[in-house]
Design a protein around this ligand. Structure first.
Ligand SMILES: NCc1[nH]cc(CCC(=O)O)c1CC(=O)O
Length: 300
């Protein structure tokens, strides 16, 4: 029997996600067995600085990439939103999972049911901070790092009035009951790829065992969202956000563009043919960037 070794980060969420892929592979009827091999990544080791300061998303994937290249593993399972926009040709993304709930949510400390205005909201990305300012203009935001359980522990110990997290991670961890409020994608545009798992592998190897697992809808959405972010070069620290939904053969894309020089941002949407997902992402990116520039000229 063919055995596939799955490389995974060692956080609970990463392991749960890898187990989902393992099950899907083993149940695909291709006679393939799978085993999970966990490893600590640089991003998991450095917890006292924000990601923007230490080098961005790449830090969560370097060790996993190395294991693939050394053939210690056959595939890696990632949260797509943690993947850099450029992936090496040697290690292509082979499949995207069906999308779990893509929304961001508010979590309150255990035993409370309102936001304590005297404490900051724990918020780990500029994307969330920016959009949260619109929803709660009077609230402070403070950075919070660490895996989901670590962040929840900091919340429950009284450091924060609330936390913004992805619904997908909480639901996969069986922590749905901690969610106090869902933000619709229009209120808080999710990160590109939020809720989707990506399976990465070596170029040129047969990955037919992933056919059933792979979602066509996620492929289209991921392509448009990632093209939007890639075009705007928002790989690591820029608070760009993008979220696409497939409706029939059309893709509806929401995006947020942030201009680091001026601090201005624009939100907008565009619909196009799903077949042209990449072009849709680029075209919305151009439109929002030019709107942002025009607004700036108008001010100057
Ligand atoms: N950056 C950490 C991370 N990467 C993926 C998820 C959630 C799962 C997903 O989006 O698929 C999370 C936690 C969070 O942002 O709350």
């Amino acid at each position: 029997m063919r055995k596939i070794i799955i490389g995974s980060r060692e956080s609970r969420l990463a392991v749960v996600q890898s187990e989902m892929v393992k099950k899907a592979i083993e149940n695909s009827g291709n006679g393939v067995e799978a085993e999970i091999c966990t490893m600590k990544t640089t991003g998991d080791k450095i917890l006292d600085r924000t990601l923007d300061k230490i080098g961005g998303k790449g830090l969560f994937v370097k060790e996993l990439d190395k294991a693939l290249l050394d053939k210690r593993t056959d595939i890696s399972v990632h949260s797509l939103k943690d993947m850099p926009m450029e992936v090496s040709e040697e290690l292509p993304l082979l499949a995207f999972s069906k999308r779990e709930d893509p929304r961001d949510v508010l979590v309150l400390p255990k035993g409370t049911d309102t936001l304590d205005k005297t404490k900051p909201i724990g918020c780990s990305s500029l994307r969330r901070i920016l959009q949260l300012k619109e929803l709660y203009p009077d609230m402070e935001c403070k950075s919070v790092r660490g895996n989901v359980q670590t962040r929840l522990a900091k919340l429950d110990s009284g450091e924060y009035s609330g936390l913004i997290l992805a619904a997908a991670g909480l639901k996969r961890l069986g922590l749905k009951n901690r969610i106090s409020r869902y933000f619709e994608p229009e209120e808080m545009i999710p990160a590109a790829g939020q809720g989707i798992l990506a399976v990465q592998g070596r170029r040129g190897e047969d990955a037919g065992y992933l056919t059933e697992f792979a979602s066509r809808e996620s492929l289209y959405a991921a392509t448009a969202e990632r093209a939007f972010v890639r075009f705007l070069d928002g790989g690591c620290s820029s608070p760009v956000a993008a979220h696409a939904v497939l409706k029939g053969e059309e893709l509806f894309l929401l995006g947020l563009y942030y201009d680091e020089k001026t601090g201005n941002y624009e939100k907008g949407d565009k619909t196009g043919s799903a077949k042209d997902a990449e072009e849709l992402g680029i075209s919305l990116a151009k439109e929002l960037r030019s709107r942002c520039e025009k607004r700036q000229e108008g001010r100057a």
